[in-house]
Design a protein around this ligand. Structure first.
Ligand code: ADP
Length: 352
């Protein structure tokens, strides 16, 4: 059976039961006990529910129940125009007014909810378009870039004798520029792939993930003499490739933004209620607090490429990965002393 129809029938049944119960209570108090203090109030429940569910159409119910009060009054009372008549009229009117207010409010809320849903849908669509655009653009741009690099190298090789020093320098600038652009495009592609190429989540021991991330960084760890320690990692349901990337980005930053001494990095983890809190603490150059929020924006960097290599996509990638687990990422840092990057993940609230 159509789910909506079933829903409607259920509502109708509830209203009917409530109306019967209200009517019986009304009868009991008014006719049996001959009191009328509470009588109209029993009718508020079915009236309010009907106006909540059917908006303006639901006004039929308070209208009907108000009519019952009035008719009952004229049938039972011999004497009209007494204080009880006025009371019953006032009760009927207040019942109808409550119905009108509820139907108006629920209509208003429904309209706002509808507008909100439309905005969310627009946002989702434009987000998808943007992701698709970033993916296609970065993917398709790689080809012409490869052509620039290989043809300028070919030019240099084939016409080595005929090109003077300036010409060779110019070719070098072209290849350097193209290579930088290639790195940028690759990073952008990685960024857009977090959503377009997400893998299903699997239960994995994060010790293994960390091992892989450290293996990928072994060259820079060896060169800088970095000492990396970590607490016992849990077994969690994650996207392996993305989690390696997450740790790798944070660790490579901790190594890259070091001071003159060898980097000392500690990875912490603890469970707080339903969430897991991870931290990557370093003894590097640190970050001024005014930049804390901006670091996670795409292409945002605090240093020139000459000072430290990079494209400014590493932390936005981390943010996007963490968001898949309904988590957050943030930083605490003291300039000249070091930084700690924190991120949380909620295994129960994974958006997959
Ligand atoms: P990239 O490393 O390519 O510059 P990221 O997005 O990874 O890009 O980082 C953005 C900026 O945040 C970096 O340029 C750097 O200024 C700052 N940053 C990130 N990690 C650290 C860190 N561990 N210590 C100091 N600064 C950092």
């Amino acid at each position: 059976m159509n789910l909506k129809l079933k829903d409607e029938r259920m509502r109708l049944l509830i209203i009917l039961i409530l109306m019967i119960v209200s009517f019986l209570l009304f009868y009991y108090f008014k006719v049996i006990l001959k009191t009328s203090i509470l009588v109209a109030h029993f009718f508020y429940f079915p009236s309010i529910l009907a106006c909540l569910w059917w908006k303006r159409k639901g006004l039929i119910i308070p209208g009907l129940l108000a009519a019952i009060i009035i008719i009952f009054h004229f049938v039972l009372e011999n004497e009209f125009f007494n204080i009880e008549t006025i009371n019953n009229f006032l009760r009927a009117i207040s019942l109808l007014s409550a119905g009108i207010v509820v139907s108006f409010l629920s209509e208003h809320i429904l309209k706002k909810e509808f507008e909100f849903n439309e905005i969310m849908e627009d946002l989702r669509r434009s987000n998808e378009d943007l992701q698709q655009f970033a993916y296609v653009a970065s993917h398709d741009l790689q080809e012409p870039l490869r052509a620039i690099v290989s043809f300028s190298q070919l030019l240099e090789d084939k016409y080595q004798e005929k090109i003077d020093k300036d010409g060779k320098d110019f070719i070098q600038f072209i290849t350097d520029g193209a290579r930088k652009m290639n790195t940028l495009i690759k990073d952008l592609l990685t960024y857009s792939r977090i959503t377009t190429h997400a893998q299903p989540l699997k239960l994995i021991n994060l010790e293994k993930i960390l091992e892989d991330a450290l293996f990928n960084l072994h060259e820079s760890i060896r060169e800088t003499g970095a000492v990396i320690t970590h607490e016992k990692m849990p077994i969690l349901k994650v996207d392996k490739t993305q989690f390696i990337q997450l740790f790798q980005n944070l660790l490579s930053n901790a190594i890259k933004f070091r001071r003159d001494e060898p980097p000392r990095i500690h990875i912490g983890v603890k469970k707080i209620n339903d969430e897991w809190l991870f931290s990557v603490k370093d003894n590097g150059i640190g970050i001024e607090s005014k930049f804390f929020g901006k670091l996670f924006n795409i292409f945002y960097r605090l240093h020139t490429k000459e000072e430290y290599s990079g494209t400014g996509i590493g932390l936005p990638i981390c943010k996007k990965i963490v968001q898949r687990y309904s988590g957050k990422i943030w930083v605490k840092s003291d300039i000249g002393k070091g930084s700690t990057f924190f991120f949380t993940i909620f295994p129960k609230k994974i958006k997959d």
